[in-house]
Structures are given as C-alpha cells and as structure tokens.
Write a protein that binds this ligand. Sequence first.
Ligand code: ADP
Ligand code: MG
Ligand code: MG
Length: 207
Amino acid sequence: MDVALARAWVEAIAEAIDQHTDQLTQLDSAVGDADHGANMRRGFTAVRAALAEFPAETPGDVLVRTGSTLVSSVGGASGPLYGSAFRAIGKVLTGPVADAGQVLSGLTDGLAAVQRLGAAVPGDKTIVDAYTPAVAAFEQELWDGGDLRAAAARAADAAEEGMRATSALQARKGRASYLGSRSVGHQDPGATSTALVFRALAEVTAR
Ligand code: ADP
Ligand code: MG
Ligand code: MG
C-alpha cells in the first residue's frame, strides 16, 4: 500500500458512506439515536477536506490524518472508535510502501485500539463483530499464500458475514445496550459501516 492506495481507500470509504447514509441511519433508528449515517458522513466529509490539501509522504500519514479528523469531527461513539482505529493503522505504515504483512499489523493494531477504547468483545453487537473476523480472514489468506488483494477480498466477505450475524445478538455496549433483549433482530449500525470499510479496501486493491 502506497500513498495513492491509502488515499483511494479513504475516498472509497467516503463514497460508500455517502451511498449508505440512509441505511446506516435507519439501522441506528432501530437500536440507537438515528445518527450513525450522519455521523459517518460528517466525519468522512471532513476527512476528504483535510486530505485534499495534505502533503502525505507515507500511507501512514494519510491514515493517521484520517483518524485524527474523525476524532475531531464526529461527536458520537463511532468518531473516537474509528478515529483511534485509523490512527493505529496509520502508525504502523511508516514507510513509503507497506506490504500485505504490514497492512495486517496495522489492521490488528486498529482492532486493538477499538477494544482498548470501547472494551467490547466479539458478541457484544458492535464494530468489533465485523472487524474481528475481517482481521482473522485477512491473516488466514496471507498464511494461505494470498496477496493484499486476495486478503482484502476475504476480509470484506468475513466482515459482511460478521455484520449479518449481529442481527441475532443482544447489544452489550453502546446505546443499543439500553434496549436489552429488544436489540435482538436488528443489524448493528457500526458493524455495517465496518463492513463498508473492508469492502472499500477490497475494491481499491482489486483495481
Ligand atoms: P452514538 O451511539 O454515540 O450515537 P453512532 O451512532 O455513530 O454513535 O455509532 C453507534 C455504533 O457504535 C454502534 O452501532 C456500535 O457498532 C458502535 N459502538 C458503540 N459502542 C461501542 C463500543 N464500546 N465498542 C465498539 N463499538 C461500539
Ligand atoms: Mg447513534
Ligand atoms: Mg449519537
């Protein structure tokens, strides 16, 4: 991953968020406060502006800047969570070009950052339920001899599977946890946006 690919990834996420703003908001209206679409859109609109005039030298520069912008522009829980994830990913990618193994280290550190901040474990019906299987699938594909493109494709499939599986779960973290058992039967908004993040990575690495 070089600077251009990191920029393309972030731009593809911004486009996906634009296309799915209403879906994310509808999901959050069932289990939260109906602002996840707006939160993500505000965040990635700010990221686009911040990156436009930012002279990045490494993919890490792009992703750290993305994370810092999300933290400062999104008020909801998702801002600090995604913000720390992108900052952690970016901190690993310090050279001009990162190989697939370094991207895996970054993604792994990003997940750790989300869990350090939010204390969610798999099964709590959060971002973690899409992110955890995505990282595991990415790693497995590298072990199987796949490249960045193959690993990203497999991670995106796993993230979407994890996303769909959140419907059956009862929320134990975030606003949705206030609903108790009434959160069951609704797909988690944050797991849904996480699946968009991984699908965007799969798309740009396949170009
Ligand atoms: P808010 O809940 O503050 O309105 P958003 O609606 O933008 O923020 O984001 C809600 C999403 O954040 C949830 O669907 C869930 O996936 C995620 N989330 C909430 N709390 C946590 C947590 N502690 N760890 C991981 N993800 C979380
Ligand atoms: Mg919300
Ligand atoms: Mg909110």
